[in-house]
Design a protein around this ligand. Structure first.
Ligand code: SF4
Length: 903
């Protein structure tokens, strides 16, 4: 954009072509009042508070809509303009009818602030107060938010954000003239509408007419202490502000600042309303030791001594590989760094893992083998400029909602959307091409697409020749995969596959997005390698907005992997098998690094059953709920000699433990998370931990010391510095450098700006490697006894095992019970109506849950979420594993379903 010279309030400033006066003023520190404007929305100039004078214009213009031109002369604060704004404000106060003296939103309400600034008349304020009625508080039918008509100035921001940013359109206006109010279509309660409870309407409301119900009466906004941190839920890593009442020490509400990276003030339902767990009465507050089959309270000294002694004894008696350490991707980089360090130093074993084995280990292995680096290649901020979005096995509007918003931005700009998903997700319903293929047939589909691309010379021959290797063998293998054969195997129309292949190959730029629909298969790593093949084949990688993007699930699963909480690598993916790497860490940690190959969590479960594993340190994970074939997991864990769980709640795994150590949650500690786009961001302590709960890094240090390897640090910053000194990709980072917007790795030096996208000019491994992938059927396919395919996944409202989200009343009100999605034609055949109970059974167990009948899933397919402790879907899933990463096939198993007797 070229520069434009403009004079504003007598000052000469430089703006950009296409910039509005409001944007220019803001960039130059000049405040222009406005009520209907939000940078996330298209400007409409409705409230007229931003009127300014422009030389040559007959009347004042709205600064939010008027674009600057060369040599424009602008005045923003003349007497006439101030008088006009005052009149507008007074009219708004007649409309507003709020009581400013008692409003909770004092400090947040812009109308009130402008009222004071422009000294509006007493009459206007008195009129507003006199006409304020308690009965104007409209219930929305949910426990998350309320709408107070008294305070509404009809600026329309809530309606617009619901349409323009969320693309949900739950809100609309009803009535005419002075009776206009915000409502839903057909005026139904918000909770019964299509509302997703994102609370974006609250975030944009300038007066507090829409507000968080739980914040009511908990302290005025202006008195709350605000701490910036990173969301504890998904891998998007949204920046958020914890608003804490300093008198009660409790979080009152969560907000987010417009302009923050990567979420620009946007949050989803989990981020905005899912924090009640922090202050839950169910939090663990004291160490517990099992005695005679029950838990008794213990002192920290006693508990630490017992844990250190038992782990040491088992290690010495049965060998180091008889103990295992499971780290937590909900926790910080510093804590994950220490967990792998304690395993390899005090434990003398490489038996260290975290939840990536459950989800994205195939990504780490697959992309590393193809490109040399196993992470998202591009940045969240680049998504809006993608021209062809290729989404496969991923449901971003529910699992990564703020990334979903970036995709919606790209769609609004005209991007083509291809979705390959066995379910009709939001994205699938809005796609240009939806391929609703049979679960487990991804490689058949991708191979056929690539065969079509090569056969029709749509591939990027020059890119392939310059930057890749093994193309010949790869291309020869594709010849076995015709479009017609794939259409038959995948159960879709052949033309859809052809069109998808053409659209992806032609996109400039195209980008692939995937999640667990790709990785959680017995061929998960091959699925990932094949997507890497597709990206290389079309040269759609190594450029802005063009690449392959695994959207990471847990808040810090990227960091957990980066920190080396993986059996085969030390921090920064430095291989344990490399003697030089071992020597480097041995020197730093002053101990021999073990050479034995360690195991993954799925190995731990197997080894526990066989008596190979004897001791287990489980930190912030609940394998009883998260691993497949639950009955077997419980059976095997019960055989262990000793289990210690470090947790914030009594989980299902903790119930089997010998010692439980009460830990701190994300709001109670300092540290860093690394989000899906490799951005390392700060988390900051905002509230005190309950009871005797301690920061996790301190607990790990104390256990290590008790095991005979002393560990001590001053704070999380010191741990980060040690980690960065040993991890080249984090080498240029420090708490100071990442304080503001974080930094994306690789960032090898203190003057390195971080890396937006990977593989520019050259792959990390040199040449990109084409893999020859053949289609394999899932481990368990339907038969006469189990004629359905059962697939599992995550919903918008809940998160993993639900022990955080389900503490929120607002979320529980939306979704508190398990269910199974089934196709209406199957339901009709079985005589099952929507909402009726059905029993789903597999070779491993059965569950009775409500049926959600519709067209979301294909015929002969079932889908269930896995968030519910009392109805655990993993009772049903198959413990068959990807042969490279041992990730379980959660996405496909054979199942039967029938109407439950209890209906
Ligand atoms: Fe948190 Fe993810 Fe929602 Fe952002 S999109 S608020 S990171 S759960």
């Amino acid at each position: 954009m070229s520069d434009v010279k403009v004079a504003i309030n007598g000052r000469e400033v430089i703006g950009k072509v296409g910039q509005t006066i409001l944007e220019l003023a803001k960039n130059n520190g000049i405040k222009i009042p406005h009520l209907c404007n939000d940078r996330r929305l298209k400007p409409v100039g409705a409230c007229r508070m931003c009127l300014v004078e422009v030389e040559g214009q007959k009347a004042p213009v709205t600064a939010c809509t008027f674009e600057i031109t060369p040599d424009m002369v602008i005045e923003t604060d003349t007497d006439e303009i101030r008088q006009l704004r005052k009149t507008i404000l007074e009219l708004l106060f007649y409309e507003h009818r709020g009581n400013c003296a008692t409003c909770d939103d004092t400090g947040r309400c812009k109308l009130q602030r402008y009222g004071y600034e422009y000294q509006i008349s007493d009459e206007a304020i008195k009129y507003a107060e006199k006409n304020s009625k308690a009965s104007q508080n409209h219930t929305t039918g949910n426990d998350a938010m309320e709408y107070d008509l008294n305070k509404c100035i009809r600026c329309g921001r809530c309606v617009r954000i619901c349409q323009e940013v969320q693309a949900v359109s739950a809100l609309t206006f009803k009535g005419r003239s002075s009776n206009v109010e915000v409502s839903t279509a057909f005026d139904i309660p918000l909770n019964e509408s299509v509302c997703e409870l994102c609370g974006q309407c609250i975030s944009t409301c300038p007066t507090g007419a829409l507000y968080e119900r739980h914040a009511k009466g908990k302290g005025q906004y202006k008195d709350l202490v605000v701490t910036r941190t990173t969301c504890p839920y998904c891998g998007v890593g949204c920046q958020m502000d914890l608003n804490v009442n300093p008198e009660t020490g409790r979080i009152v509400r969560i907000t987010s600042q417009r302009g923050c990276v990567p979420n620009d003030g946007n949050l989803c339902v989990k981020g905005r309303f899912g924090f009640s767990y922090v202050h839950s009465a169910e939090r663990l507050t004291k160490p517990l030791i099992r005695e005679n089959g029950t838990f008794r309270q213990a002192s920290w000294d006693e508990a630490i001594e017992l844990v250190g002694t038992r782990l040491r004894e088992i290690r010495d008696k049965y060998g180091p590989d008889s103990i295992a350490f499971l780290s937590s991707c909900r926790c910080t980089n510093e804590e994950n760094y220490l967990m792998q360090k304690i395993a390899r130093t005090a434990g003398r074993t490489n038996n260290i893992d975290q939840c990536a084995t459950t989800c994205h280990a195939p990504t780490v292995a697959g992309l590393a083998s193809s490109f040399g680096s196993g992470a998202m290649t591009n940045s969240i901020g680049e998504i809006k400029n993608v021209q062809t979005l290729f989404i496969i096995g991923s449901n971003p509007t529910e699992a990564h909602p703020v990334i979903g918003l970036e995709m919606k931005k790209a769609m609004a700009k005209g991007a083509k959307l291809i979705v390959c998903d066995p379910r009709k997700t939001w994205m699938a319903r809005h796609a240009d091409i939806h391929i609703q293929h049979k679960p487990g047939t991804d490689n058949m589909l991708i191979n056929a697409m690539m065969n079509y691309i090569v056969s029709n010379d749509l591939h990027a021959g020059d890119f392939v020749a310059r930057r890749c290797e093994n193309f010949k063998d790869f291309a020869a293998n594709l010849k076995d995969y015709s479009i017609e054969q794939a259409a038959e195997e995948c159960g879709v129309e052949a033309d859809l596959i052809r069109n998808a292949a053409r659209a992806y190959a032609a996109g400039t730029p195209s980008s692939i997005f995937y999640t667990l629909g790709i990785t959680e298969h017995t061929c998960g790593t091959e699925n990932v390698q094949n997507l890497a093949n597709l990206a290389m084949l079309c040269g759609q990688i190594g450029k802005a907005s063009s690449g392959i993007n695994p959207l990471r699930g847990q808040n810090n699963v990227q960091g957990g992997c980066d920190m080396g909480a993986i059996y085969s690598v030390l921090p920064g993916y430095q291989k344990v098998a490399d003697p030089a790497v071992r020597e480097k860490f041995s020197k730093a940690w002053k101990v021999e690094i073990p050479t034995n190959e360690g195991g993954r969590v799925t190995d731990f479960i197997e080894d526990a059953g066989e008596g190979i594993l004897r001791g287990f340190y489980c930190f912030g994970e609940d394998p009883v709920l998260s691993e497949p074939n639950q009955d077997k997991v419980i059976r095997n864990l019960k055989k262990l000699d000793f289990i210690v769980c470090q947790e914030i709640f009594m989980t299902e795994t903790a119930k089997l433990a010998d010692v439980i150590l009460p830990a701190t949650c994300w709001a109670e500690k300092n540290g860093t998370f690394t989000n899906s786009e490799r951005r390392v961001q700060r988390i900051r302590k905002a509230v005190e931990a309950p009871g005797q709960a301690r920061p996790d890094w301190q607990i790990i240090c104390q256990i290590s010391t008790a095991m005979g390897y002393p560990m001590a640090y001053e704070d999380a910053g010191e741990i980060f510095d040690e980690m960065a000194s040993l991890t080249p990709s984090y080498g240029g980072m420090s708490f100071d450098r990442i304080d503001n917007v974080g930094l994306q790795w690789p960032c090898p030096a203190s003057d390195h700006p971080g890396t937006m996208f990977l593989h520019e000019g050259k792959f990390v491994r040199g040449r990109g490697l084409f893999h020859t992938i053949s289609f394999r059927e899932p481990a368990e396919v339907p038969d006469d006894k189990y004629p359905f395919i059962l697939s599992t996944g995550r919903t918008l409202y809940n998160y993993n095992i639900g022990n955080m989200t389900l503490k929120s009343k607002a979320i529980r009100q939306r979704q508190s019970k398990n269910f199974v999605e089934m196709n209406h034609l199957d339901a009709e055949q079985l005589g099952v109506a929507d909402g009726q109970l059905v029993t789903v059974s597999t070779r491993r167990g059965k569950l009775t849950v409500q049926a959600a009948v519709g067209d979301r899933v294909r015929q002969a397919t079932l889908w269930m979420p896995f968030h519910f402790v009392d109805q655990p879907t993993n009772k049903l899933t198959n413990d068959a594993f990807d042969n490279i990463t041992r990730t379980a096939e959660y996405k496909v198993c054979a199942a039967a379903v029938q109407k439950a007797k209890s209906n």
